[in-house]
Design a protein. Sequence first.
Length: 191
Amino acid sequence: MNREQALDILQKALGDGPRYKHSVRVLETAVGLAEKYEEDVKKVELAAIFHDYAKLMPVDQLKNWILSAKEDSRLIDYHPELWHGPVAAYLVQKEFGMDDPDVLNAIRYHTTGRAKMSRLEKIIFLADYIEPERNFPGIQETRDLAKKNLDEAMVKALSNTIVFLLSKKSAIYPDTFEAYNDLIRKGGIRF
Ligand code: DGI
Ligand code: FE
Ligand code: FE
């Protein structure tokens, strides 16, 4: 499947409203990062285009897919916002036979992160976080870091998200902490 075919499928699934437009901005941002960090542009394109493929699905349907697709069942005890990534990975494999595990994992982990993320996973996670219309506190710092070092930008994005979730007294999915801890340890153990 090429970029145009994938965009066509996405537009049919999401319409051409804000979620489709966000996905196109993530695509452009991710391709920029792929060129800078020498990642496979075709994989990046597919993962970026489909990362939010399941975003508009009703929560009860997402829940059913998480359970029946044997995605991580711990997800059921966390925010429903975390379900659309794993479900999108499952559905693009099932519906379009997409079977590249790198692309599927970049889609699957784009919201939570996880330990030992690949470069492709980091690029999709960050492109989603810094696309030009995003406006979180601390976003400019993350954008600047993404131009210099993927891991440092990931630490910034993950810690911003963790602080944001703490401030709301939300539960935090363990993979998000593991993503953060893994990157911090890489920079030398700090206690
Ligand atoms: O789908 P998008 O809106 O483009 O972005 P996303 O897939 O990164 O969703 C991010 C939202 O998920 C963000 O508002 C924070 C929320 N969230 C809830 N619980 C967790 C969480 N994000 C992470 N990383 N970990 C959580 O435990
Ligand atoms: Fe998402
Ligand atoms: Fe997104």
